[in-house]
Design a binder for this molecule. Structure first.
Ligand SMILES: Nc1ncnc2c1ncn2[C@@H]1O[C@H](COP(=O)(O)OP(=O)(O)OP(=O)(O)O)[C@@H](O)[C@H]1O
Ligand code: SF4
Ligand SMILES: [Mg+2]
Length: 344
């Protein structure tokens, strides 16, 4: 159900039900370039500034109430995309349409609240000189999310939501475990009552023993609060249980998007097929001995002509050097490969 918020954006309170008709967020032609700062030496030898293309024409929809996984190798642009969505980076080109309206370059506070991000390293994202209570209450105060007299109660609610005991209120980040720190980061993001929560590899820096508890917490919070979740991971096996749909990124571009079952059972892009070959069988728990994706990705300073995956693709053809394949959608399954629907 959508109704119009005070700022003119539809409010996306969907009771955890995915609304496939209208995307909560539509990302179109998104581009993010970084220009490397020229060093003194570079200037002396008159080297030009170099442009790194981190995001190169991403088209992607996020539906209200869904959990969308984004996977890809290191450097494929997952975090840059997340930061563009959260408004931390101003994209070089492209548009983000949120709840029916184009997001402005400079977002008002009321809009910034709606999309929150949790980072990979909770230690780096928390102020070491602030206790848990100060960290969460600061957000409640700065954004005036709740009146002063309600802040104590809201703080306790948030601690309950992320399953942190009240005895940790006076603890500093260094006194907490990695999992507890990530719970504080999640509480801080939830304090702003977001509709869309982006979790950028939230368990990669944690011990394997606590990873599952954070993943379960995110799954429960999504249900309980009706959140839309964008969950970023290196690894397809992590998104398998948590996400309903998955987008695969390669060198700054989304190359495949599908329902999680379709992606695992019938991957259409050779890159996704390679990623899946490299993980243990999820069905039988077998360890794979096959090589996943051979070689290294090309430099983002020099993205290849034609298909960007061609230097590593086991089925590349002459056409792949000439033409950049577009994301083609068949029965709700999208893949950017000239032969996605003809070669198996
Ligand atoms: N602030 C920045 N300045 C310059 N280059 C950047 C910046 N942030 C990212 N990049 C570059 O953009 C590309 C994409 O990086 P990004 O961090 O988005 O990838 P990622 O998929 O999140 O990787 P990882 O899995 O390692 O987190 C990389 O080549 C990276 O070096
Ligand atoms: S377009 Fe060509 S190079 Fe690219 S993934 Fe498909 S077959 Fe491989
Ligand atoms: Mg990243």
């Amino acid at each position: 159900m959508h109704s119009l918020g005070a700022d003119g954006y539809n409010t996306a309170s969907v009771d955890g039900v995915m609304n496939q008709a209208v995307p909560l967020l539509r990302i179109s032609g998104l581009q993010m370039e970084f220009v490397s700062s020229t060093s003194l030496l570079s200037r002396l030898v008159r080297r030009r500034n170099e442009t790194l293309v981190a995001i190169d024409g991403v088209d992607l929809d996020v539906f209200a109430g869904e959990a969308l996984g984004i996977v890809g190798e290191s450097g494929s642009g997952k975090s840059t995309l997340a930061r563009c969505i959260a408004g931390l980076y101003e994209p070089t080109a492209g548009t983000l349409v949120y709840a029916g309206k184009v997001l402005p370059r400079r977002r008002p506070a009321s809009l910034r609240r709606r999309i929150q991000i949790v980072f990979q390293d909770p230690y780096a994202s928390l102020n070491p000189r602030m206790t848990v209570e100060q960290t969460v209450k600061e957000i409640l105060g700065v954004h005036n999310v709740v009146p002063r007299q309600r802040r104590e109660a809201r703080f306790r609610e948030l601690m309950d939501l992320v399953r942190l005991g009240p005895e940790l209120a006076s603890a500093y980040p260094r006194q907490l475990s990695g999992g507890q720190r990530q719970r504080v980061s999640i509480a801080r993001a939830l304090a702003l009552e977001p509709e869309l929560l982006i979790a950028d590899e939230p368990v990669s820096a944690l011990d394997v023993s606590v990873q599952a508890s954070i993943l379960n917490l995110l799954a429960d919070l999504r249900q309980q609060l009706g959140l839309t979740l964008v969950f970023i991971a290196h690894d397809l096996s992590v998104v398998h249980h948590l996400c309903g749909r998955v987008a695969v990124m390669y060198l700054g571009r989304v190359v495949e998007v599908a329902e999680v079952g379709a992606l695992f059972d019938d991957p259409r892009h050779p890159y996704t097929q390679g990623l899946l070959r490299s993980i243990p069988s999820l069905v039988h728990g077998e360890q794979s001995s096959e090589v996943g994706v051979a070689g290294d990705p090309p430099s983002p300073f020099a993205i290849p002509s034609g298909c960007r995956f061609r230097s590593r693709c086991p089925i590349a053809q002459p056409l792949c050097m000439e033409e950049d394949p577009a994301l083609e959608v068949v029965d709700g399954h999208a893949a950017a490969c000239h032969f996605a629907w003809t070669v198996r």
